[in-house]
Design a protein around this ligand. Structure first.
Ligand SMILES: NC(=[NH2+])NCCC[C@H](N)C(=O)O
Length: 404
């Protein structure tokens, strides 16, 4: 088997390649009416957001990391006629048009676009007013959805590339998202995985597929070492998915232990990485508000499903699984309850380690950043006034592909 491209054996090894998506016009399709459905709490200002995102990418590039863009990888594969045809059909199928005749018209409309424009529509969406006014017989569904603005929904959450897929070892998990708002994002990743030569499909094991039943999202997946993965059991990631992926990692990969971390099922803590991230070999940052609420379970290989052993607490579970004499939990928020809660909402604990003890964070989380520095961590701050409005930080906005 040829060497694959992907390689992630830790959360903290020097970051060499990462997958991002630069926020685009899909963000300008957010309106108050559809905020909740599209998983936003506020409407960002795109121009500023893109500036912030460019700086985020630059910080990583300056430290020797290759930055790949989702939209570019997708564009590259769509120059192939057959891939494009399948892609367009899948795209339209995903839109629940419920009108076979119109579906055909839409497919022809999209096939006539070049790769760049097609990717743009696939991400930004297709507003009804951007579709040529054709004479067609209206079906019941057209009357019923007359007020709904889109034929193809926008994907404003795509810049949170973390959640869509997760590199574990040399393989990839193409995640099954919990909500329809993000479904299509993972379908795109599957196309990239299958057809972009970068991913060398045949030498990259697939740990999970977006077509499976139970949801799992990348914000819950933390690769702690070449043998240990932590997976949050959360509002977004189900216990059943954790069992399925764990058993595969044990059987077909090098992973020996999975620590399932049960966190409260609520929007503020949607994924494990919104309250807990790894920042050095033996250091983690954690939101103090959840420390007593999380429960940890150790999963190891079983006959058909993994064996599950409840652990005393998270710290203990990490210490034994990683074989460390001790692990340090650095509490976010600088010791004040109100500050900690406010900064957690603004992703203070969603740090992205780009090397052991070196993390990228939002500058706005002043108290949490100061605490990290006091604990010997190098903190690289980026501005995130607009980026944060989608409820995600540097970790959510990045999907690591290669770490040293
Ligand atoms: N890994 C993360 N914490 N991602 C945050 C994703 C935020 C996004 N608006 C969502 O609700 O899906």
């Amino acid at each position: 088997m040829t060497e694959g491209f992907l390689n992630i054996n830790s959360e903290i090894g020097k970051l060499k390649a990462v997958l991002l998506h630069r926020p685009g016009k899909e963000l300008e399709r957010l309106t108050p009416q559809y905020l909740q459905e599209l998983l936003f709490d506020d409407i960002p200002w795109l121009k500023k957001m893109r500036e912030e995102h460019n700086k985020f990418a630059k910080v990583m590039k300056d430290r020797g990391c290759n930055v790949y863009y989702y939209e570019e990888l997708l564009e590259e594969i769509l120059v192939d006629k057959d891939v494009k045809e399948n892609f367009v059909k899948d795209l339209v199928k995903n839109c629940n048009i419920d009108n076979g005749e119109f579906e055909g018209t839409l497919i022809q409309f999209l096939l006539a676009k070049n790769s760049k424009d097609l990717v743009e529509i696939a991400i930004v969406g297709l507003h009804k007013k951007d579709f040529p006014d054709i004479d067609r017989e209206l079906h019941l569904v057209d009357y019923i959805r007359v007020d709904y603005p889109f034929y193809i929904n926008p994907l404003p959450n795509l810049y949170f590339t973390r959640d869509i897929g997760a590199t574990i070892g040399q393989g990839l998990s193409i995640n099954k998202m919990k909500t329809p708002a993000r479904d299509r994002e993972t379908m795109f990743l599957k196309y990239i995985y299958q057809y972009n030569p970068l991913f060398k499909g045949e030498s990259t094991p697939l740990w999970y597929d977006y077509k499976e039943t139970h949801s799992i999202e990348g914000g819950d997946i933390l690769v702690l070492s070449d043998k240990v993965v932590a997976i949050g059991c959360s509002e977004r990631t189900s216990a059943a998915a954790i069992e399925t992926i764990s058993q595969r990692l044990f059987r077909e990969g090098n992973i020996e232990k999975v620590i399932a971390v049960e966190i409260p099922f609520t929007r503020a803590y949607m994924h494990l990485d919104t309250v807990f991230t790894m920042i050095d070999y033996d250091k983690f940052t954690i939101y103090p508000g959840v420390e007593d609420m999380v429960r940890a379970y150790e999963l190891t290989i079983g006959k058909t499903t993994p064996r599950v052993k409840p652990k005393e607490n998270l710290k203990d579970a990490l210490k034994t699984a990683l074989g460390l004499p001790s692990v340090a939990f650095i509490q976010s928020g600088g010791g004040d309850e109100i500050t900690a809660a406010r900064e957690q909402w603004n992703d203070s604990t969603n740090t992205l380690a780009i090397a052991p003890g070196v993390v990228i964070t939002y500058d706005r989380n002043e108290a949490s950043n100061a605490t990290l520095r006091k604990n010997g961590i190098e903190v690289i701050e980026i501005e995130g006034s607009e980026l944060v409005r989608g409820r995600g930080g540097p970790r959510c906005m990045s999907m690591p592909l290669i770490r040293e």
